[in-house]
Design a protein around this ligand. Structure first.
Ligand code: GCO
Ligand code: MN
Ligand code: MN
Length: 389
């Protein structure tokens, strides 16, 4: 029965991008290693491994030069394939990075025609997503950045980006699509420096938007790790702000190129804290995997990869429940909580409270003398993770 715990089911809300399982292993140094599969084949592959949904960029499905009747037929067939396979399309996004027209950026490009085209392309991608039932629209600005800062002032880029997102919110409202936008940060690659390099940067921008309630973030493990950050902290801040609209799960060794490794395969401990956080707060969005299989794999290996992402998530979810139920860990957490008693400044500022706080004396050496036992707490965590507890 233990195995059943690790079997993906629709309620786990596991999703993959068409571009993830469809990744053919091309890299800057080498050609594709796998044949291309059609979007409908990929839908069947995902149904086969037990995913709940499939997400897509406009051009993962509809070629950039498709005529309107071609587009309608492709989207119609895809919708049917998803229905037959029992797969949902919870999220859609737009490719604003592949075509050469975006070499200087999309929403932030210096050429206003490029910016207009980027908006048009995004609106059309929103139409496709809406037709397929998507309610989350991700914006990843892969080309919104620079190699040289001689080309524009970054504050101008911020203004252009804001203007674009404001426009797209209005479009969604106008069409009654009900989208929530999720902004995805990445510090670099493919540009030398990308604007809004971290989730925190987007959280700050969002508060300046016309419809800030419609816009949240899509943090990605690899991207926060590339910036040397703690993914779970970024996710927690987004969550606390009510802005965790989506999440991109994968793995990444800091200091490397964008690796997009199978979830939890490089840093299982950081993946554990992330899964534990998502489960502890009952995050109810998709668990979306934005990763791809090693270049060594054929499509059987791609299935192993996809199953592995979900299995690791479920293993870590079970470890998190074990951690939460562990009597020794609970006792230690209760001790930590005991020190958290209400004091002079709890409940906010008052002149009397401030006077009393100013008059209080603190026994610093007593407070600082007792060890906090976090070594023990962490080792208990490691024991659970390594399967001896
Ligand atoms: C990357 C990004 C993308 C985006 C995707 C959705 O590093 O390539 O993570 O995979 O998530 O384009 O907008
Ligand atoms: Mn990425
Ligand atoms: Mn991503």
């Amino acid at each position: 029965m233990a195995d059943d715990l690790y079997t993906p089911r629709p309620e786990h809300k596991f999703t993959f991008g068409l571009w993830t399982v469809g990744n053919r292993g091309r890299d800057p140094f080498g050609e594709a290693v796998r044949p291309s599969l059609s979007p409908t084949d990929l839908v069947r592959l995902l149904a086969d491994v037990g995913a709940m949904g499939v997400n897509l960029h406009d051009n993962d499905l509809v070629p950039i030069d498709a005529t309107p009747p071609e587009r309608d037929q492709i989207v119609g067939n895809f919708k049917k394939a998803c229905e037959e396979a029992g797969l949902k399309v919870p999220m859609a996004t737009v490719n604003l990075f592949y075509d050469p027209v975006f070499r200087d950026g999309a929403f932030t490009a210096n050429d206003s025609d490029v910016r207009a085209y980027a908006l048009q392309k995004t609106m059309r991608a929103m139409d496709i997503g809406a037709e397929l039932g998507a309610k989350i629209f991700v914006l990843w600005g892969g080309r919104e950045g620079t190699e040289t800062d001689a080309c524009r002032r970054p504050d101008e880029a911020v203004k252009r980006f804001r203007e674009a997102v404001n426009y797209l919110c209005e479009y969604s409202l106008d069409r009654g699509y009900g989208y929530r936008f999720a902004l995805e940060a990445k510090p670099n690659e493919p540009r030398a420096d990308i604007y809004f390099p971290t989730t925190g940067a987007y959280l700050a921008l969002i508060e300046t938007l016309d419809h800030s309630d419609m816009v949240g973030v899509n943090p990605e493990v690899a991207h926060e790790h590339m910036a040397g950050l703690n993914m779970m902290h970024s996710v927690a801040q987004a969550w606390e702000a009510g802005k965790l609209f989506h999440i991109d799960l994968n793995d990444q060794i800091p200091g490397r190129y964008d690796q997009d490794l199978r979830f939890g395969s490089a840093n299982p401990r950081t993946a554990f804290w992330l899964v534990k956080f998502l489960e502890d707060v009952s995050y109810d969005g998709s668990r979306h995997f934005d990763a791809h299989a090693y270049r060594t794999e054929d499509y059987e290996g791609v299935k192993d990869f996809a199953r592995g992402c979900m299995r690791t998530y479920l293993i870590l979810k079970e470890k998190a429940a074990r951690w939460n139920a562990d009597p020794e860990i609970r006792a230690m957490l209760a001790e930590i909580q005991e020190k958290n008693a209400p004091n002079e400044y709890a409940g906010g500022y008052s002149a009397e409270g401030a006077a009393s706080l100013l008059a209080q004396s603190f026994d610093r050496s007593r407070v600082a003398s007792a060890g906090l036992r976090y070594e023990r707490l962490d080792q208990l965590t490691i024991d659970i993770l390594l399967g001896v507890r």
